[in-house]
Design a protein around this ligand. Structure first.
Ligand SMILES: O=P(O)(O)OC[C@H]1O[C@](O)(COP(=O)(O)O)[C@@H](O)[C@@H]1O
Ligand SMILES: [Mg+2]
Ligand SMILES: [Mg+2]
Length: 322
């Protein structure tokens, strides 16, 4: 099995970006270890604090965030970082070439049940003319990401990453401490019989989504004339990993549960990096009005509607909104 650094060189990734990627991966190896030791180190359960988005932070959310933030800022490679767990962006090296957005632990509600969690990251080039303290640096569309991915802390710790030359799967080999390539150029099947949605929100969805999911559930007895299976891991990293591995459609649609917050998933450190991975693997990553990666962000913690996965199934879903 090939080492990650060789794959990056084969994909012609610039040396300074390779150095940043290695810094990020060093942080994920440490988080992977901390996650596995959480019971013994008193790191299970919640803190008494909320993040800027009004969500109670888990102890591991805070630990993973501090670790990721410190290692990135100390590296000198980044001009600023932004994180789910930080109110605004945090300045780094004034001449750093890159900015990094991240979700230090995705799927926080899975922490206490020893289920799937992961770290999501997204790298853009830092605009030279902007001050390191200026959060507007992060207002760049998903299309401009230069590298992004996630690390899944599952039975195996896996890295799924792209630098724009295909989506590749790597696995953490604990015997030598590095990531090894296990699947180059992953491709998502265009058709699927599997969907992922939080069904408990059904009554809050818009009518076209109600109709679409209704037709999937009707199976062979309905207009789709085939049976569908459903999965929900409650961690986007886990659900998207399944879609990349064997196809499927994943959606967190617009809902009216909380009128002030029609969307759940965050654009910068959830939807955009996952969209890039899905598109590189031949899938689609959309809202009901267009491509997710075309969106010009207006704020760091912006939320967005998400419909992504197997190409033909995403198109079928969107046809209900026409
Ligand atoms: O609570 P729900 O509706 O199952 O939402 C699950 C979704 O929320 C998220 O967990 C949000 O991520 P965080 O754990 O980083 O806040 C997504 O990963 C996941 O798809
Ligand atoms: Mg998340
Ligand atoms: Mg999180």
């Amino acid at each position: 099995m090939q080492r990650l650094s060789l794959t990056l060189r084969q994909d012609n990734v610039p040396l300074d970006l390779i150095s940043l990627i290695k810094t990020i991966l060093a942080a994920t190896k440490e988080i992977s270890f901390r996650v596995s030791q959480a019971h013994m180190s008193g790191l299970m359960g919640s803190t008494l604090d909320e993040n800027i988005q009004g969500e109670i932070q888990k102890k591991l959310d805070v630990v993973a965030n501090e670790l990721f933030k410190d290692i990135l800022l100390e590296s000198g490679f980044v001009k600023a970082i932004s994180s789910e767990e930080e109110d605004t962006s945090v300045a780094g090296n004034a001449v750093g070439k890159y900015i990094v957005s991240f979700d230090p632990l995705d799927g926080s509600s899975n922490i206490d049940i020893n289920s799937l969690i992961g770290t999501i990251f997204s790298i853009h080039e830092a605009p030279e003319h902007m001050d390191a303290n200026n959060p507007d640096m992060f207002k760049q569309s998903g299309d401009k990401q230069v590298c992004l991915g996630y690390v899944l802390y599952g039975p195996a710790t896996m890295l799924v990453m792209t630098t724009g030359s295909g989506t590749h799967f790597y696995v953490l080999d604990r015997t030598h401490g590095g990531y090894l390539l296990v699947h180059r150029n992953v491709k998502i099947p265009e058709d699927t019989q599997e969907f992922a949605i939080n069904m408990s929100n059904q009554r809050f969805w818009q009518e076209p989504m109600q109709n679409y999911i209704g037709d999937l559930i009707a199976g062979e007895a309905g207009v789709r004339d085939k049976n569908f299976n459903m999965r929900w891991i409650a961690a986007m990293v886990g659900d998207i990993h399944r879609v990349l591995s064997r196809g499927g459609i994943f959606t967190y649609p617009t809902d009216s549960k909380n009128p002030n917050q029609p969307h759940k998933l965050r654009l910068m450190y959830e939807a955009n990096p996952m969209s890039f991975l899905i598109e590189q693997a031949g899938g689609l990553a959309m809202t009901t009005t267009g491509r997710i990666m075309d969106i010009e962000p207006t704020s760091i913690h912006q939320r967005v509607e998400v419909i992504m996965g197997s190409k033909n199934e995403v198109e079928t879903c969107l046809s209900y909104f026409k």
